[in-house]
Ligand binder design. Structure first.
Ligand code: SF4
Ligand code: SF4
Ligand code: SF4
Length: 501
């Protein structure tokens, strides 16, 4: 015990003057941190089981609870932080890979926070979005290089299939299995009401959700779980997942304990079997191989669906994107290292990949330099936290963004980073029927609609302030951005000037 002991990260503080021993906290904590002692008629707790999800705090009827960060400390120094010491202890005990959830939490620069947006003054006046039309509609897909006309002078419509979004935001890939049925239903219904899209992730599509097909992007990942002709044809677009920002270079793993009932049926694998997605697609070792899959999927869907290729933001991302643009893909999704995940090895999550802002800017520049920018649309993903991040991403060259963590927060996630345990107290990253019913999709979908409605208003206000009345005019418009506190190289890669210039 002594050599294994690690002091808890959080402490549960109960105000016994307020506590009425109603035992709500005991029932709500799936981690078993609260316990009622009948002999003493008293609540007690085990801090070591608390992951700081705030479920008990939110539901305590007398506001008797709070969770505080433990003040317990190691004899840390600049090299050995308490976190680093704890991780060595944990691995010396377990002999295993450390697992975590959600995106990279380390203190790398957040470039979105070092960029400021312009506003018009005097000339090129600002536009009042309440009185004048502002176009937030976006078309995603390959655009023709030239406009062609027939003999009668009429424009020939040679536009390939497009995704049409009411605003430049979509819900990123989250599989049924990693998140609950009710979370999926919330995302699907919100996408339908907002006129945008949600993404099945690699877990297949539950038969109940085929009715949302017009607002669905289906994913084809290396495990090919749940992929069949009807699945492909049910959706508005198909996404090939080559990489994920939270865990570039490695595959996925949903433990057999989560492959039950409907999830096993949807993934088309036996109950109790581990769902292991290999690191590579075993039929893709070159851009030519990727091209074959892109066109196989187009062939299977009669060339009616745009194909997205999703990659993680890594060191040579612009060269990779250039190859993908030539593979026949219609859209490239770039996922930054702060993007969320249901489970990832901690070392990979915290040390592999690059910031999305730098990846996005370098991909947009390279495709422009090569004259192929219009042959694909670019989606930016990986911890878009607000409408300001959306505006900055579009000014850096994105056509639209994917949001994942922000959407989960709207559904009640408190970012406790325990999704990999399967005991999500908010009913999101779990398949436990007692927990999944805590997320009411009637409330969940409405909160998602509220969030994106609010963001759309803010985007329009920022665009109006810049004197811009359409997303198309903002796209890649780096003149609208200025950097603060960045070095020359960072400004050069982002393609923006420093504030004051
Ligand atoms: S929920 Fe609040 S009032 Fe009820 S037992 Fe827990 S701390 Fe006490
Ligand atoms: S894990 Fe969540 S519900 Fe359990 S004690 Fe901690 S904050 Fe409360
Ligand atoms: S989805 Fe649930 S388990 Fe995952 S971080 Fe959010 S609250 Fe925690």
């Amino acid at each position: 015990m002594a050599i294994n002991y690690i002091h808890p990260d959080y402490e549960i503080v109960r105000d016994y003057d307020r506590c009425i021993t109603c035992r709500v906290c005991e029932r709500q904590c799936a981690n078993g941190a609260h316990e009622y002692l009948a002999d003493n008629d008293k609540m007690v707790c085990d801090d070591a089981k608390c992951v700081n999800c705030h479920r008990c705090v939110s539901l305590c009827p007398t506001r008797a609870l709070k969770i505080v960060k433990s003040e317990h400390t190691f004899k840390e120094n600049a090299n050995w932080s308490g976190k680093a010491i704890k991780e060595v202890y944990k691995q010396a005990t377990s002999g295993g890979v450390l697992l975590s959830s959600m995106g990279n939490p380390e203190s790398y620069p957040v470039y979105f926070d070092k960029m400021l947006v312009n506003a018009s003054q005097v000339t090129n006046p600002s536009i009042d979005p309440l009185r004048e039309p502002m176009e937030t509609k976006v078309f995603l897909g390959s655009k023709p290089q030239n406009i062609e006309r027939n003999a009668a002078g009429k424009i020939i419509n040679n536009l390939t299939p497009q995704l049409i979004l009411s605003m430049p935001i979509m819900f990123s890939a989250m599989s049924y299995g990693s998140i609950s049925y009710n979370a999926h239903e919330s995302l699907a219904r919100a996408a339908q009401e907002l006129g945008i899209y949600y993404n099945t992730g690699e877990g297949g599509l539950h038969e109940d959700f085929y009715k949302y097909g017009k607002n669905t992007i289906v994913q084809v990942a290396s495990g090919r779980f749940g992929v069949h002709k009807d699945y492909l044809n049910s959706a508005a677009a198909i996404e090939i997942k080559m990489g994920q920002g939270a865990k570039p270079g490695i595959g996925g793993h949903l433990p057999g304990t989560k492959i039950l009932g409907e999830i096993s049926k949807t993934r088309m694998i036996p109950e109790g079997t581990d769902a292991i997605s290999p690191a590579p697609h075993h039929d893709i070792y070159s851009i030519e191989d990727l091209r074959q899959l892109v066109f196989s999927l187009k062939e299977a869907t009669a060339y009616k669906k745009p194909v997205i290729v999703k990659i993680a933001a890594v060191h040579n991302v612009s060269a990779i994107a250039s190859g993908i643009a030539r593979s026949g893909a219609d859209i490239i999704a770039i996922d930054g290292f702060r993007g969320g995940t249901g489970a990832a090895p901690t070392r990979i999550r915290d040390n592999v990949g690059i910031p999305i802002e730098l990846a996005l800017a370098s991909v947009d520049k390279r495709l422009r330099d090569e004259g192929i920018r219009d042959s694909v649309s670019i989606l930016c993903a990986g911890s878009i936290r607000s409408s300001a991040d959306v505006v900055k991403a579009i000014a850096l060259g994105a056509d639209a963004v994917y949001i994942g963590t922000s959407a989960l927060l709207a559904l009640g996630c408190h970012l406790c980073r325990s999704c990999h345990t399967g005991r999500c107290n908010w009913g999101i990253a779990t398949q436990n029927p007692e927990l999944t019913k805590r997320l009411n999709p009637n409330i969940g979908y409405k909160r998602l609609v509220n969030l994106l409605t609010a963001w759309e208003h803010e985007i329009k206000e920022m665009m109006g302030g810049m004197g811009i009345n359409s997303i198309e005019s903002l796209k890649g418009n780096r003149l609208m951005l200025r950097g603060v506190g960045m070095n020359e190289k960072e400004l050069e890669i982002l393609g923006i000037k420093h504030a004051g210039e």
